[in-house]
Design a protein around this ligand. Sequence first.
Ligand SMILES: [Zn+2]
Length: 305
Amino acid sequence: MGLSLERIRGGWRNVPENLKTKTMLSQLGLKPGNEAVAEVWAGKQWCKLYDVSDAVEKRKLTDKQKTAASESLEKARAKLVDDRTCSHCLNERTKKEIRQQADGKKICTYCIEYLHEEEVREQRIRRGLSAFRRRFETDFVILDTESTDLDGEIVEIGVIDRFGKTLLHSLVKPVMPVPDDSPATLIHGIRNSDLENAPTWAELREEVLRILQGKLVLAFNAEFDGKMVSNSCRRNKVPLISGLEWDCVMEAYRLRCGSDRWISLANASGRHTSHRAVDDCVSTLHVIKEQWVEMGLADIALQSS
Ligand SMILES: [Zn+2]
């Protein structure tokens, strides 16, 4: 066959416009439709030439090729999606929202924030648990007071030990009584007529001091009870009770819940709270014991009750 080919001498400039090589046809999206009609010397070898008027369009891709092509496209796309997919929430994010971590994982900014909050929460819980654990090893008493108002003075005080034994319970005659329909009175229900014969704080102070001294004083919302003790000392013009170590069970409890919100004694203890001093002490002890049970200190905790 080759022998019948016309050999064009003198190089490319002598090749007519209608004759093309395979490569040239391919660049036009064509392929030879017939045998080569001529060849030209291309420096190293004879190069076959085809008539462009016989050429046909390059064949369409086969199904297999189409699949392969789309698969490789898919892969490229998947890689892009993968680079923007958070390994924590599996959401596809924008490039800006994705941070590569030291371990190579890609995590979105939302999850980073969430994980940070979770970490803070877990730290709180650990702190709360360790507070309850410390209580277990400490000689503590639980104190609760009822008062004339939120910034008032004590009308009832209760102190119990870790076994729930009442160490002190007394109504307290206030220096500045409030009306029987005042908000605090409506909560605890201790009326002025109940307080007429009660000792004053000045009379009780020594006994309170004796019971609390050297003990860790726990209270649910210790800040409040501490303030009431100080207020009562001031109004009665007796020395403040200083040097006591107070600790707040509400604070420990809300840490343990991973929360920093105010929690009522009723919610924390799961008990109906009467808002009477000794009963609220018992509820507070209940909160502590429940944590002991959860921490596996149950046997010892329950022995003592
Ligand atoms: Zn995420």
